[in-house]
Design a binder for this molecule. Structure first.
Ligand code: SME
Length: 162
């Protein structure tokens, strides 16, 4: 299922700009995958030291709308520029609690080709150990697609920097 979902979502994202694409991804993931209880995208702010909540889909809002890079699983994924999976959040002292029902979490950084962090996809599940290799493949694939859309939009600035 996740592989077909990835190619389907990629088709749906083809004509969209970065902001719309992020909104589309959170809504569709939450609809399509039952164990994704809460889906959000955080974007790195201009100063580069805080993650700011962008679009999200789920039953409730989180109080963590800004997360400093030094905090939480979200901060960890951005600092280390790698996917973080925690099977049991109650046993991880780095976890920043949002919802009492959350048991496991995956955070996937959205990275440019040069490895710069644009933001991340953050998913909470009410099931313990909900995230396996297929989820990782789906979400890392989507993060790549979102980064490509961003890169397309920012091509000119990019040429400028060289
Ligand atoms: N649990 C995250 C904070 C964001 S909420 O899950 C929406 C963390 O540990 O960084």
């Amino acid at each position: 299922m996740p592989v077909e979902l990835l190619s389907q979502l990629r088709r749906e994202l083809e004509a969209k700009g970065f902001g719309d694409a992020c909104e589309h991804v959170v809504r569709r993931l939450r609809e399509a995958v039952p164990h994704y209880s809460w889906v959000g995208i955080y974007l790195l702010d201009e100063g580069g030291d805080e993650l700011v909540l962008g679009p999200w889909a789920g039953p409730a809002a989180t109080e963590h709308t800004r997360i400093p890079l030094g905090r939480g699983l979200c901060g960890l994924a951005a600092r280390e520029r790698r996917t973080v999976v925690v099977d049991d959040v109650s046993r991880d002292p780095r976890y920043l609690a949002c919802f009492p029902s959350t048991r496991s979490e995956i955070v996937v950084p959205i990275l440019t080709r040069e490895g710069r962090v644009l933001g991340e996809i953050d998913i909470d599940s009410d099931e313990r150990a909900a995230f396996g290799p297929q989820d990782r493949e789906l979400l890392e694939g989507l993060a790549r697609t979102l980064a490509e859309i961003w890169e397309r939009e920012h091509e000119h600035e990019h040429e400028h920097e060289r």
